[in-house]
Design a protein around this ligand. Structure first.
Ligand code: NDP
Length: 247
């Protein structure tokens, strides 16, 4: 599905929440979803970055997005419930979530991982997506066909030395997706993972500082799979973990 060509109006009348929408892959996904007709809810921790994405979406003539400033690290269940109520009031339903926000943390030997480092990685990469999904399920169930996409990684399927917290958080992400996909298999919400593969972003540069970014795919290059999994052409796909850049 990496050659998927989305129809222009694929996401018309759809309301889609994107986490980590201010930078990297999340910013590109928000602009791409909006360009295909979606009303995007841009969630992130740096308001200035979210405003830049908001401005780009409006300048492109796409539906006006909403901004939700939230640092997932400190977010509580109440934050997510309040957010769900606002979405219910403003939009009446939610048609999709792209769980994209993540932190890489420091790469180090497993024996050296500090508890704070571990807890922060799990909080942002796993707990945030879990509690956000819980709170938003009632709104997703109001959609005629909702899609929840989690963001995985190659190290979420095969562990790698020195990638401890991040790798374990991505295994947990894959597991969460599978549990939800099984529980809701007969309902109107589907759950899948995307593994973007090596992509030209700040996170990739911090993990591989010696790499030439020009050799990597850009976020724009990998959008076909993001569109496919969010739109109705993937309605039958549930419980899968798909690669933007299969080996
Ligand atoms: P970036 O670091 O470029 O972007 C991550 C986004 O998440 C940023 O907008 C960041 O906000 C946001 N974010 C981080 N922490 C929080 C938080 N506590 N609360 C709210 N938002 C937060 O990463 P990428 O675009 O590269 O990665 C996107 C996804 O793809 C991640 O899940 C990553 O694990 C995954 N991935 C990426 C690969 C790659 O090669 N790039 C490869 C495999 C997987 P802010 O800008 O304000 O810091």
């Amino acid at each position: 599905m990496n050659n998927y060509q989305a129809p222009a109006g694929l996401l018309e009348n759809r309301t889609i929440l994107i986490t980590g929408a201010g930078d990297g892959i999340g910013a590109e996904a928000a602009k791409t979803y909006a360009a295909h007709g979606a009303t995007c809810i841009l969630l992130g921790r740096t308001v200035k970055k979210l405003e830049t994405v908001y401005d780009a979406i409006v300048a492109a003539g796409s539906p006006e997005p909403a901004i939700v400033p939230l640092d997932i690290r400190g977010a509580t269940k109440k934050n997510y419930i309040d957010m769900a109520e606002t979405i219910a009031d403003q939009f009446g339903k939610l048609d999709g979530i792209l769980h994209n926000a993540s932190v890489l943390g420091h790469l180090s030997a497993f024996a050296d991982i500090e508890p704070d480092e571990w807890l922060n990685g799990m909080q942002v990469n796993v707990n945030g997506a879990a509690f956000m999904t819980q709170a938003l399920l009632p709104q997703l169930l109001k959609s005629d066909s909702a899609s929840v996409i989690f963001t995985s990684s190659g190290v979420g399927r095969q562990g790698r030395a020195f990638w401890g917290t991040y790798a374990v958080s991505k295994f947990a992400t894959e597991g969460m997706m599978q549990v939800l996909a099984a529980e809701y298999a007969k309902r109107n919400v589907r759950f899948n993972c995307i593994n973007p593969g090596a992509t030209r972003t700040a996170m990739r540069a911090s993990a591989f500082p010696a790499e030439d970014p020009q050799t990597l795919k850009t976020p724009a290059d990998i959008m076909p799979l993001y569109l496919y999994l969010m739109g109705k052409d993937s309605e039958a796909v549930n419980g899968q973990s798909l690669d933007c850049q299969p080996k």
